[in-house]
Design a protein around this ligand. Structure first.
Ligand code: UT7
Length: 325
């Protein structure tokens, strides 16, 4: 019998501190940085984001999301034999955030590792978990995207600091005799490292370089629109499907204009696109599982429906996953 993987539960968590654009603009104004609700809404669609308290790490946010996903799946932490955390804001240089989270959750003994593919991290992690389940290497996985991007923002740079937020999302992915994940498509092109990066590192007990996010927004925007379309089409073709078959597009939540343009290219109406960027901002690897969980819990997305998940991010990385919920 052929083995597949299927999502059996979703969960998410946002830290309680919520800042509207007006709240953020007022805070930035005290540093002499000028922005406005109108500019942020018009250029990005973002209205609010959540920031974690200083002592809260990615593993804490991921832990809450994982607990909720386990509850939704009717599973126990001790059932889990694989944990993958997609994050670009790990708790430590090492060990992995997945190991830290595993211990907090009480899933000790499972395989646990992090994936670093920036905003495409959840798509990468889900594809790896799917492959491990299909190969028999795992039976019940937690795939988590967790970020505290507020830690790597330069609050003097208004072109980036208004865009990102903190949060986590998770899914339980289980072995199944009916498909779940139908196809996926992953890519990277390292020649674009410089357009979206945090060019700092630790050496000799010091932080060298600049450990804050740098982005050429227009270059990212242009590249993103083409690559998302390519990933969507490749993934659909691998599964013998067409865009019209999709019930829901669950894109990485970076900018409403990128989502509108992707939907337009696929000839999908915006009412088939899950949008949470207005309330979450860009939470990098957490954005897709956060959006998915919001859509599942609101009753919008239902079991059996066909979902296309897709993302682009620093690296440059990009990819998509097509699945039946
Ligand atoms: O996860 C993937 C990560 N990133 C992305 O997906 C981001 C992709 N890029 C974008 O979303 C957009 O390029 C941005 C939202 C970052 C910028 O939007 P834009 O329409 O490309 O604006 P722009 O960079 O061309 O800037 C237009 C103007 C500039 O002023 P001048 O030169 O026209 O006078 C900026 O200085 O807007 C100004 N500006 C701002 N004004 C108020 C830039 N940031 C702000 C701000 N508030 N926060």
């Amino acid at each position: 019998m052929k083995l597949y993987s299927r999502i059996t539960g979703t969960g998410s968590y946002l830290p309680p501190r919520r800042l509207t654009n007006a709240d953020l603009a007022a805070e930035l104004a005290t540093q002499g940085v000028e922005t406005s609700d109108d500019w942020i809404v018009e250029r990005t669609g973002i209205r609010a984001r959540h920031f974690a308290a200083p002592e809260v790490c990615s593993s804490d946010l991921g832990l809450e999301a994982a607990r909720r996903a386990l509850q939704a799946a009717g599973a126990e932490a001790t059932d889990i034999d694989l944990i993958i955390v997609a994050t670009s804001t790990p708790d430590m240089v090492f060990p992995s955030t997945a190991c830290i989270l595993q211990n907090k959750l009480g899933a000790n003994g499972s395989t646990a590792f992090d994936v670093q593919a920036v905003c495409s991290g959840f798509i990468y992690a889900l594809t790896i978990a799917d492959a491990m389940i299909k190969s028999g290497a795992a039976k019940k996985a937690l795939v988590i995207g967790a970020e505290v991007f507020s830690r790597i923002l330069d609050f003097k740079d208004r072109t980036t600091c208004v865009l990102f937020g903190d949060g986590a999302g998770a899914v339980v992915l289980e072995a199944s005799d009916t498909p779940g994940i139908l196809a996926s498509d992953l890519h990277a092109d390292g020649k674009h490292v410089g357009i979206l990066c945090v060019p700092g590192h630790v050496s000799g007990g010091k932080v060298l370089g600049d450990p804050l996010l740098k982005m050429d927004g227009q270059a990212v925007f242009k590249l993103a629109v083409g690559l998302l379309d390519e990933a969507a089409r490749n993934t659909l073709a691998k599964a013998g499907k067409v865009a019209a078959d999709i019930d829901w597009l669950v894109p990485h939540q970076a900018n409403i204009r990128i989502m509108q343009s992707t939907a337009r290219k696929l000839k999908l109406p915006m009412d088939k696109v899950i949008v949470t960027v207005d309330q979450h901002g860009n939470t990098s690897a957490a954005s897709i599982p956060l959006a998915l969980d919001a859509a599942v819990r609101s009753g919008k997305v239902k079991p059996g429906e066909l979902l296309l998940l897709e993302a682009v991010g620093g690296g440059f990385t990009w990819g998509a996953v097509l699945l039946n919920l």
